[in-house]
Design a protein around this ligand. Structure first.
Ligand code: URA
Length: 213
């Protein structure tokens, strides 16, 4: 795992990088893309939950009693930024099945590249939870900033942003607006093109995972 000063963590595990390369390849089918996204999201979830607070609970093994480690605190909230966030959400949920789940619906106006909200539903007591917002592509950062704005308005104070690919522009935009929100990603790509797509990227994540065009 690579930690940069800019509150960005790049999960450079060989399995993550190998799977990501296959996902980037334009010849990879929708089915394989979806399966790999599920697998990668579990590996990213493993990293993103590395510092969760722990406590102990008294249990009895078949041999004797012991104070055994368990997760402390309220349940996590996983927030999928629709629609592509759902691809990351499924895998993370497999690893953390008891997490609460919320959805932020934002689409990107293709002219202005600005986010437009169409849905918002999150669990209660957001202020007590670690909130993991998931969106595969941190591109311009505009929709990520808007989503985090909404999460903070709902009470969240402890937020991590989990994505598959990030652009330098997106990371900078997020850092300027939300310096308190760490970003965890599988790769930091080179740039954005004029349409706001990540270069070299993997194309439109939603289209690739759902088979739309
Ligand atoms: N959203 C995508 O799906 N892909 C990009 O490259 C940028 C934003």
């Amino acid at each position: 795992m690579t930690d940069t000063p800019a509150h960005l963590t790049i999960v450079d595990h060989p399995l993550v990088q190998h799977k990501l390369t296959i996902m980037r390849d334009k010849g990879t089918s929708t089915a394989v893309f979806r399966q790999l996204l599920r697998e990668i999201s579990q590996l990213l979830a493993y990293e993103v939950t590395r510092n969760l607070p722990m406590t102990t609970t008294r249990i009895e093994t078949p041999m004797q009693e012991m104070d055994a480690p368990t997760l402390d605190g309220k349940k996590l909230a996983l927030i999928s930024i629709l629609r592509a966030g759902n691809g990351l959400l499924d895998g993370v949920l497999e690893l953390i099945p008891s997490a609460r789940v919320g959805f932020v619906g934002l689409y990107r106006d293709e002219e202005t590249l600005q986010p437009v909200q169409y849905y918002f539903k999150v669990p209660e007591a957001m202020e007590d939870r670690l909130v993991i917002a998931v969106d595969p592509m941190l591109a311009t950062g505009n929709s990520s900033v808007a989503a985090v704005d909404l999460l903070k308005k709902s009470g969240a104070t402890n937020i991590i942003f989990l994505c598959l690919l990030a652009s330098p522009e997106g990371v900078a935009t997020m850092k300027a607006a939300h310096p308190d929100v760490p970003i965890v990603t599988a790769a930091l790509d080179e740039s954005l093109n004029e349409k706001g797509y990540i270069i070299p990227g993997l194309g439109d994540a939603g289209d690739r995972m759902f088979g739309t065009k």
